[in-house]
Design a protein around this ligand. Structure first.
Ligand SMILES: [Zn+2]
Length: 250
């Protein structure tokens, strides 16, 4: 990110003079467009935040004299003229005066660029993807199972994450904890009268231990079982029996 303060220090260098003159932060762009379309309204302070959205939506609010702009992070790397066009569109919405056609056109042109469209499609897929169907199954409610184990093994002190049944009846992935979504997903094969409840409880307990022993290097998808983790896991009543049931089930 360009730092305007740094530019004024090096002001004598011609290359930085050029950037200092032509570089505007998104805040400055929104403030300038506000002056252009509402010259008589006192200029509000502007906050611009880029946030993860599953689509290309952006929002604007005027609150206590501050303009709060939330822009999808898909546009974080957009060229300044695109941010300017978006400022015209959002401020136009705020003041109920549609932006001039040229801005709407410029913005649409950018979103329709092949590379941009592709990136939006990929992010939508990744962020909108449903990874479970909620805790209520045919036979078992996973939140009830979680709370029973929570009371029995963690003094009821474990904060409940999102919990749900997997979309498919996976036999290779019986359960997993996803720290980025704070979600436990349990394989749907356990929501079945043929699958013993003890096996389901054991898998849930295992995933709860992943919450209890968080892994330092965040973002790792690996299943990490430290010695403490394994020792704690053995405290599960009927540990051997549960493991044997799982082997049979697979
Ligand atoms: Zn594990």
């Amino acid at each position: 990110m360009f730092d305007p303060g740094e530019a004024s220090e090096n002001f004598l260098k011609p290359v930085n003079v050029a950037s200092a003159l032509f570089f505007e932060t998104p805040q400055q762009i929104f403030a300038r467009v506000h002056r252009e379309i509402r010259p008589r309204t006192p200029a509000p302070a502007v906050d611009v935040e880029y946030r993860r959205f599953a689509n290309a939506n952006s929002q604007i609010r005027l609150e206590a004299g501050r303009l709060a702009v939330t822009i999808t992070d898909l546009l974080a790397a957009a060229p300044a003229p695109v941010t300017e066009a978006l400022a015209h569109i959002l401020l136009g919405k705020l003041y109920r005066r549609p932006a001039a056609r040229q801005y709407a056109h410029r913005y649409r042109l950018y979103l329709n660029r092949k590379d941009v469209r592709r990136q939006i499609g990929l992010l939508r897929q990744e962020r909108g993807r449903k990874i479970h169907t909620g805790p209520e199954g045919e036979l078992y409610n996973l939140e009830e199972i979680f709370e029973e184990l929570n009371r029995a093994h963690f003094g009821g002190m474990m904060a409940r994450p999102a919990i749900g049944w997997s979309l498919v009846r996976s036999r290779t992935r019986l359960g997993h904890y996803d720290p980025s979504h704070n979600t436990i997903v349990i394989s749907r094969i356990f929501d079945d009268a043929r699958a013993p409840r003890l096996a389901l409880e054991y898998v849930m307990f295992h995933e709860m231990l992943h919450l209890h022993y968080p892994v330092d290097h965040s973002g790792a998808r690996r299943c990490v079982h430290t010695p403490e983790f394994k020792a704690h896991e053995k405290q599960f009543p009927q540990f051997r029996e549960a493991r044997a049931l799982l082997k049979k089930l697979l």
